[in-house]
Design a protein around this ligand. Structure first.
Ligand code: AMP
Length: 212
């Protein structure tokens, strides 16, 4: 099974990708996580993209496409995978099939901007292990401390409100047109991102079943 997850940051893509990767026993590939790992390790790519990521802008197509190409060739991706955060531009969508081969579907999670802004402004992350928390919806057991590794939590530069608003603008301009591209190919599955994450997962699984 090869799936693609589309949706603005804050619509719950990461959580859905984790749930679906568990359900189908396939690898979760998040381009955002791979890019953040480059920044943490201060690789050449990491140093190049730091200022772009912090402002919530898009990293160049060539960097991201090469990264995905390499990742899907690895052994642990041979049983299938779910792509979270890729494609994000029409060009990335156009080359997708040449990179990953045939895939089962593109799941688009839809959610209103206002709800996303509310969700994102309470988000805190662990700089060490990447775990993500929310002050209201998913607080850590001890305030400001990561449950998984005990590190101090931070508000990521790209989770601050002005960055979130810029990112949403960019999503509507650059990424949303991808939906009609896949709709024409009869690959698009649209779901509502509102409500409990487990309900959204159930809805996605049902719709994937209908399509199979
Ligand atoms: P995410 O964790 O998916 O919200 O991604 C975090 C950031 O990584 C985005 O705001 C972009 O700066 C960058 N990024 C992730 N995936 C892509 C992509 N497919 N194309 C361009 N930039 C990306």
């Amino acid at each position: 099974m090869k799936l693609v997850l589309l949706g603005p940051s804050g619509a719950g893509k990461g959580t859905q990708a984790k749930n679906l990767s568990r359900k189908y026993g396939i690898l979760h590939i998040s381009t955002g996580d791979i890019l953040r790992d480059h920044m943490k390790r201060q690789t050449e790519i990491g140093r190049k993209i730091e200022h772009i990521m912090d402002k919530g802008k898009l990293v160049s197509d060539s960097i991201v496409i090469n990264m995905v190409k390499e990742r899907v060739r690895m052994e642990d991706a041979q049983n299938g995978f779910i792509l979270d955060g890729f494609p994000r531009t029409l060009y990335q969508a156009e080359v997708l099939e040449s990179i990953v081969g045939q895939f089962n579907g593109v799941v688009a999670i839809n959610l209103d901007d206002e709800i996303i802004i509310k969700r994102m402004s309470g988000r805190y992350s662990c700089p060490e292990c990447g775990s993500v928390y929310h002050v209201n919806f998913y607080p850590p057991k001890e305030q400001g401390i990561c449950d998984v590794c005990g590190s101090d939590l931070i508000q990521r530069e790209d989770d601050k409100e002005t960055t979130v608003i810029n990112r949403l603008k960019l999503y509507h301009e650059m990424t949303e047109p991808i939906k009609s591209f896949f709709k024409h190919k009869n690959l698009l599955i649209e779901v509502d991102g509102i409500g409990e994450a487990s309900e959204v997962t159930k809805n996605i699984i049902e719709k994937l079943g209908e399509k199979a």
